[in-house]
Design a protein around this ligand. Structure first.
Ligand code: 9WN
Length: 473
């Protein structure tokens, strides 16, 4: 929606909310419902992804949430981003979770004491996190030690676009050096393969936790059952275990995190000692997109945009050279330890579409994949997280089949960038249809559209607002 769009004031379930005039009564209701979820998930300092499953602040969630808040509460969007970046580590990494000291250790696993290796706080309260960074004003909050895809420059730019006031410029000035430091951390410390493509050190860093993209690399990590016995999962007590990663995968996740923790979360010599090092096409495409958002932000705050233009172009080139597989016509994750591409066709392999300088051949190839029966852009159903024709396609299990809003929102943005407004519009209609009929779930069954996981999920609500606000394409 352009910031010039007209709003009419209406009263939603929890707080007054402005509804764009172009919405009909049904869409106005959807808008109010989505705004109410974001209001309910606001803690006073940040927005949680879900009250039940994820009661802290998550990194890439905050980026997507800011895109929705831009339309209903830009003030909260800026506070969310500030809250996250106040916990940035001195080396530039933005932790994937910033823990809320008011939430007990029992309410989310793995919590602060897991990441720090210390005991839980009294009464199961938070211990010390793997890292704790403060802004010198607020007390430092514990954090995890891994990262998530850098979608925050994109989010911040969207908030500015929709609410371009003086406050927004001041916030961008505050954020700019921090966003640059985040990018520089990924470009240097994480260039484990030495080819200009950042490696993730844990599947959780991709945001697509149990995607089949990690299966081969993870298979080399032994399943240490004693690790699972030592720590109790909480996620599958809140939602069905058939909808979550398996216990074997979870045991591996914990081992990989413990390995990184034992190395003090340092990145030097990772190749020699760390069991999971993978170049993810989605993560790196978003790194590239972040540089392009930084071009705009740099122009506004008086910094050098050319630097970011060059970095964005270089990331695009490296990604194509390293992760595009001509035989399948899409991008695949690369295991740095073995030099092999994952054979799985996963939706993160389509995300390089967000890069405006992606060569025409790759664009055509990704669009063909999106239109194929494997991913099938269809007005009735957005794109699943994994190839529908794969024998292990699982319509319930998290990132191994279900439809996710954030990924489809990014694909829609990429399709518009490459002038495929027809397909972009199909995705938009499919997503809004899901939100209207099933609500603001965490993810959706790729055939029935039934909601799965958390029922009041912030980024689903946030991106619904953005799609409703922007009827074009
Ligand atoms: C681990 C919060 C996060 C998302 C991830 C999603 C899920 C966490 C978990 O929830 O991951 O970080 O406990 O499963 O996979 O994308 O950021 O919404």
């Amino acid at each position: 929606m352009s910031h010039a769009a007209k709003h009419v004031r209406a009263t939603g379930p929890s707080e007054p909310v402005d509804v764009p005039e172009h919405l009909d009564a049904a869409d106005a209701e959807t808008w109010r419902g989505a705004a109410a979820i974001l209001a309910a998930n606001w803690t006073g300092t940040h927005t949680v992804p879900s009250r039940t499953l994820y009661p802290h602040q998550w990194s890439w969630d905050a980026g997507f949430i800011s895109i929705g808040l831009a339309h209903v509460a830009p003030d909260r969007a800026w506070r969310d981003l500030r809250s996250l970046f106040a916990a940035q580590w001195p080396d530039g990494r933005v932790p994937h979770i910033v823990f809320d000291p008011g939430v007990t250790e029992r309410d989310y696993f793995p919590g602060p004491s897991f990441w720090s290796g210390g005991p839980p706080g009294p009464d199961g309260g938070p211990g010390h996190g793997g890292g704790a960074a403060g802004n010198g004003v607020e007390p430092a909050r514990p954090t995890s030690g891994i990262v998530q895809p850098p979608v925050h420059a994109l989010g911040a730019w969207q908030v500015y676009r929709h609410a371009p006031d003086e406050r927004a410029v001041a916030e961008l000035r505050w954020l700019y050096p921090r966003l640059v430091a985040q990018q520089e951390y990924l470009a240097t410390a994480r260039d484990v393969g030495g080819a200009g493509v950042a490696a993730i050190v844990h599947p959780w860093e991709s945001g697509l936790d149990n995607s089949p993209a990690w299966d081969e690399a993870l298979a080399a990590v032994p399943v240490a059952v004693e690790v699972l016995r030592r720590y109790a999962r909480r996620d599958n007590q809140v939602v069905s275990s058939d909808h979550r990663p398996t216990d074997d995968d979870y045991a591996r996740y914990l081992s990989v995190a413990l390995s990184y923790r034992e190395g003090g979360y340092q990145d030097a010599a990772l190749a020699a000692r760390h069991p999971f090092l993978v170049e993810c096409p989605g993560f790196n495409a978003l790194r590239g997109a972040a540089e392009l958002a930084l071009v705009r932000i740099a122009e506004l705050v008086g910094a050098d945009p050319a630097l970011h233009r060059d970095r964005g172009a270089a990331i695009t080139r490296r990604l194509v050279e390293r992760l595009f597989v001509p035989e399948t016509g899409m991008f695949h994750a690369l295991d740095v330890r073995t030099g092999r591409h994952s054979p799985a066709r996963c939706v993160n392999g389509l995300l390089p579409l967000v890069l405006p300088e992606l060569p025409a051949g790759q664009v055509a190839s990704l669009v063909a994949e999106l239109e194929s029966a494997r991913f099938g852009v269809d007005p009735r159903m957005p794109v699943p997280s994994y190839d529908r024709s794969a024998v292990d396609f699982d319509p319930f299990r998290y990132w191994r089949g279900p439809v996710w809003f954030n990924i489809n929102w990014l694909l829609r943005a990429g399709l518009r960038t490459h002038r495929r407004d027809d397909l972009a519009d199909t995705l938009r209609r499919g997503l809004l249809d899901l939100a209207r009929r099933s609500g603001y779930y965490e993810y959706f069954h790729p055939d029935s559209g039934a909601g799965i996981g958390s029922p009041a999920f912030s980024w689903t609500a946030a991106l619904t607002l953005d799609l409703l606000a922007d009827p074009v394409g």
